[in-house]
Unconditional design. Structure first.
Length: 244
């Protein structure tokens, strides 16, 4: 699993040589990893990369587009003011935001999240009032989901909710998994201001389930190198904030 996550894709013969196991054993192990949602199988190998029906694991996503996510996090940090309450979803981009909250030195800040890596990053950070949203633990996303999470989110209202998702076109945002979609929609309803953080790999793509129209977000933060034309087209649906 670590090898596939690190390289994105791997063939069965490559994994057989790596592990010293038989081809049959490797196939059985890959079937189990695919069942758990860690990888997706294709003829002759497996991939940790997303498709229209498969969302990559948290472990894989945190390793890719690091420079772009740092830029998005910088733009997001500029929107946070002293005493605010913010909500962070399960996107790894928000993990980059959380890790840098200590830089702001804004005094007390309330952070709500259902993403375990963010909870771990913030649990000892000074001046952070951390509210962890519980629910059914999902190992692939390293997060708490399900009805309990949705009900807990629905009982809150925050100044800003920062979200990301796996795919979007000019007019619509998408995700592969309905369970993730329902939690993100609950978070959108809980935020007085909705900010969507999107790196270039997620643009001009679709996934199986529609999340929300682009116009439902107050601000859309996109890396500036996405191109002037695309930024202009997105600007017809939401207020675009280029992240350099």
């Amino acid at each position: 699993m670590s090898h596939v996550v690190a390289h994105g894709v791997a063939t069965v013969s490559e994994l057989t040589e790596l592990t010293g196991a038989s081809v049959m054993t490797v196939h059985r192990d890959l079937d189990e990893l695919a069942r758990r949602g860690v990888v997706r199988k294709f003829h002759g190998g497996v991939s940790a990369q997303p498709s229209t029906v498969f969302e990559s694991s948290s472990e894989y996503r945190v390793r890719v587009q690091v420079k772009e996510k740092e830029s998005l996090a910088t733009a997001a940090l500029g929107m946070i003011e002293p005493g605010m309450s913010i909500m962070l979803d399960t996107s790894t981009t928000n993990l980059f935001v959380a890790r840098r909250l200590g830089e702001l030195r804004l005094g007390p800040l309330t952070v709500v999240t259902n993403y375990l890596p963010i909870m771990q990053a913030l649990k000892t950070m000074p001046d952070i009032h951390l509210i962890g949203v519980g629910g059914d633990y999902n190992a692939t996303h390293d997060a708490f989901l399900g009805l309990s999470a949705i009900e807990a989110i629905g009982a809150l209202t925050t100044d800003i909710v920062f979200l990301s998702t796996s795919a979007m076109t000019i007019s619509t945002t998408y995700h592969q998994e309905p369970e993730i979609v329902t939690v993100k929609r609950a978070m959108m309803a809980a935020g007085r201001r909705r900010v969507l953080l999107m790196d270039p790999t997620k643009l001009n793509r679709t996934a199986l389930h529609r999340l929300a129209p682009t116009s439902d977000f107050d601000q859309l933060v996109v890396n500036a190198d996405a191109g002037d034309r695309l930024l202009s087209e997105l600007g017809e649906h939401a207020t675009v904030v280029p992240a350099s």
